[in-house]
Ligand binder design. Sequence first.
Ligand code: ADP
Ligand code: MG
Length: 329
Amino acid sequence: ESAINRIAAGEVVERPASAVKELVENSIDAGATRIDVTIADGGKTLIRVVDDGCGIAGPDLPLALSRHATSKIDGSDLLNIHSFGFRGEALPSLGAVGRLTITSRAGDEGASVHVAGGRMGDVRPAACARGTQVDLADLFYATPARLKFLRTDRAETQAVVDVIRRLAMAEPFVTFILRDATGGDTRTLFRADGETGDMFDALGGRLRAVLGRDFAENALPLDAERDGFHMTGFTALPTYSKGAAVAQYLNVNGRPVRDKMLLGALRAAYMDVMSRDRHPVACLFIDCDPTLVDVNVHPAKSEVRFRDPACVRGLIVSGIRHALAEAGH
Ligand code: ADP
Ligand code: MG
């Protein structure tokens, strides 16, 4: 069991940022309105995620930590995936590669359980607020080979910031806080307070929080539809550009993705109006019936497979070109 967990863990958890992604997605799935993340030493020694979501009842804690136990899908429904989690792999994987403590309260009483090296201790009563706190210490301590492949604390921290920014962009109503507690003193790396209003207003506010006021001032709203695919979001004027890493936020059915086909479509939309060395800045939401897209391509879930990729590509290219043309480009 524990060897299988460790192998599977390597696919789900490549680096601290992927652990953060899995944990924060769980918090989002739990309906959290506030997600507070703390890391130390690039996430290598500590990743802590605290949320105010629905919590896990004490008796359910061992279940949440066992492989392929997910409360989010019944197996007959693999193509109809709405929530982030659907594999029941993240928590057992993290318990196999780090020292994991989950403290949670769903009802009146809180409980806590510790797992290290795939071995679970007893569930104990614990005092805590409603919601869940996950502490993951010493990631990869049990797999030194993987530890060696991690980059500098600075680079790993940057990857965590990027993951949080992408999730924050996808969930504008949720408050996200990311802190660095390396060496004992805590500093805030990122903060975006939950937006209010309708989705469009909320997204506008979140764009300012994540990309800055200058982007918001250069942003063109998008709204286009084709054969069951709907695209909304914002794209920037071609005169406005940022570094590749922070420029493109792509979401499919509410989930941040980093899909090659979608990135290619975004580039193609700007081909005639932007020089090759610049990066179009955009935040796109593609929504469709869940049966038109397979998000289960890779455990890390950043790639997707559309039933009709040409249609999605056409929607993005024509939708953005139309917006640019209306703005005089
Ligand atoms: P998945 O997200 O694919 O279901 P995970 O291993 O990530 O699998 O989580 C297992 C289960 O633990 C979830 O299905 C959920 O029931 C519970 N869980 C995990 N994190 C949280 C959380 N932050 N709040 C509430 N429940 C959680
Ligand atoms: Mg999950």
